[in-house]
Design a protein around this ligand. Structure first.
Ligand SMILES: [Zn+2]
Ligand SMILES: [Zn+2]
Length: 367
């Protein structure tokens, strides 16, 4: 019957449009903005004297407050540092916020398994288990059980977490693509891949992970010492409706942010058709914007500070990386791109309906 066919096709068209870039993603896929979304710079991995940092929580918060950050998560090892007094002292509406957190610090044999819990409602005990997979999942589950948001820390620290183990973790969306501690092996080596290579393998397998940059700061009393784990090395810039813990965390888990070691972006916009990156140029620096797809393949490289990559539909995912001429970097989060199909061909009504049902079924299974 023509009317029912039209209803099916209308449904299929809506589903296919929604699939072009899956998930909430960056700009355009975010919750309705009403023009009120703002960027907030923050660090989600910091230590104080309450674990192995060298400074009081007050001194640590003061450093970030005085260096242009809008939020800071205090993540002492297996300790929940209170933030109420710190916010009374340093917090200010829409200007600065301290978020409570914990670095849930466990071991699997001789492997250090560290997972940050952001805005956990209570302290989470270290996870136990007989394998890296078990301990890692236990930590993530413990953090979710305490209503926190997990992020997996420095996978190559102690060469602890392989790409395969990282890929298999459930209920986790964030991992550290960059950690500023000088002994965490971000770049890999000796046959172990660097974290960007791991990220592309995982994304290529269909698992969506977002990459964050953090300080993992411990030392605030040794400025300029590259062997100390000082502050100001890696951060995230999050696009959220307001400076409030849950709004920031929702944006992080939606990929509505970029990670940076010094590059500032004016804007990131993803539509169903393209990904656009706009760099805020500084001084005499020059920039390359790389659009990267499956297997780490460079799909396009631009030398202007504003660049757009138009999806072909075959990429699987597209992310962007901005390289600054003095070595600073920004990582733009991946967006999923649906496979190109022959669905637009007007004559293939049966194929369209069949594929539509397939897509609907797949999406229902994922929900
Ligand atoms: Zn750690
Ligand atoms: Zn740490």
């Amino acid at each position: 019957m023509p009317s029912s066919i039209h209803r099916v096709l209308a449904c299929v068209a809506v589903v296919l449009c929604a699939c072009a870039v899956a998930g909430p993603g960056i700009s355009g896929q975010a919750p309705p903005t009403g023009g009120s979304m703002r960027w907030y710079k923050g660090n989600t991995h910091t230590h104080t004297l309450n674990s192995d940092g060298d400074s009081t929580p007050d001194d640590v918060v003061r450093w970030y407050r005085e260096h242009g950050y809008q939020f800071l998560v205090l993540t002492d090892h297996n300790f929940l540092t209170s933030v109420d007094g710190l916010n009374a002292l340093h917090g200010a509406d829409e200007r600065f916020l301290v978020v409570r957190g914990e670095e849930v610090t466990s071991r699997a044999g001789d492997k250090p398994i560290h997972v940050n819990g952001l805005d956990v409602q209570r302290r989470v005990d270290p996870a136990t288990g007989s394998s890296v997979r078990e301990v890692l999942q236990g930590a993530v589950d413990g953090i979710r059980g305490a209503s926190g948001v997990p992020h997996i820390n420095h996978p190559n620290f102690g060469w602890a977490i392989s790409g395969q183990e990282l890929q298999e973790v459930r209920n986790n969306r964030l991992f550290e693509i960059f950690n500023g501690h000088p002994q965490v092996n971000n770049e890999g080596g000796g046959g172990v891949p660097g974290l960007e290579e791991v990220w592309d393998r995982i994304l290529g397998s269909g698992t969506l992970l977002y990459g964050i940059a953090v300080d993992d700061a411990h030392h605030f009393k040794q400025p300029g010492n590259p062997l100390a784990s000082g502050p100001g090395r890696g951060w995230v810039v999050v696009r959220a409706a307001r400076l409030e813990a849950r709004a920031l965390l929702e944006a992080l888990e939606s990929g509505n942010f970029y990670a940076s070691t010094g590059v500032v972006l004016d804007d990131v916009a993803a539509t169903s058709a393209a990904l656009t990156v706009r760099v805020k140029t500084e001084g005499t620096s020059k920039y390359r914007i790389r659009f990267i797809g499956r297997g780490g393949q460079v799909l396009h490289e631009a030398t202007d500070p504003v660049a757009t990559y138009t999806f072909t539909g075959d990429e699987g995912y597209v992310r962007a990386k901005v390289l600054e001429s003095n070595g600073r970097t920004a990582w733009v989060q991946p967006v999923r791109v649906a496979r190109k199909t022959a669905l637009a061909t007007a004559g293939l009504w049966t194929a369209v309906a069949a594929m539509g049902i397939f897509v609907v079924a797949r999406r229902q299974r994922r929900a």
